[in-house]
Design a protein around this ligand. Structure first.
Ligand code: HEC
Length: 102
């Protein structure tokens, strides 16, 4: 009983912290998407140097291909690898944002 209470006290702040980080990280990723990705794909993702990333343009393309493109880039094209900046899970989250814009 005392032991469980102690764990609760120990873990509660960590959980809260993880959630704030997550929200912060989402904001960072959204900024990256707008500023860095937008510089090539267009501020509205209608295309530029890179192809459009609008939901219509991405429909029919599997998540795995898009995530791989973001993480590893496309060698021989202007699309750079982003693996130093985000994880595959985060790339998946970005693909979901692109498919379901707010
Ligand atoms: C320097 C320019 C540049 C930047 C910055 C850039 N891209 Fe790209 N991206 C491209 C180009 C060019 C292609 C097309 C590559 C090809 O010809 O296959 C592409 C392709 C893609 C594709 C595949 C689209 C499809 O229809 O298959 C996705 C998804 C993508 N980029 C996402 C991103 C995301 C997310 C970011 C930011 C983290 C980003 N790109 C930043 C140039 C860029």
């Amino acid at each position: 009983m005392v032991k469980e209470l102690a764990w609760g006290l120990l873990l509660a702040p960590m959980v809260v912290h993880a959630e704030t980080l997550k929200a912060e990280r989402q904001q960072q990723l959204l900024n990256l998407l707008k500023q860095d990705c937008g510089s090539c794909h267009g501020l509205q993702f209608k295309g530029g140097l890179g192809p459009p990333l609008l939901p219509e343009a991405l429909s029919g393309k599997p998540d795995s291909t898009l995530i791989d493109t973001i993480v590893n880039g496309r060698p021989g094209t202007a699309m750079p690898p982003w693996r130093g900046f985000l994880t595959a899970d985060e790339a998946a989250w970005l693909v979901n944002q692109l498919r379901n814009p707010q």
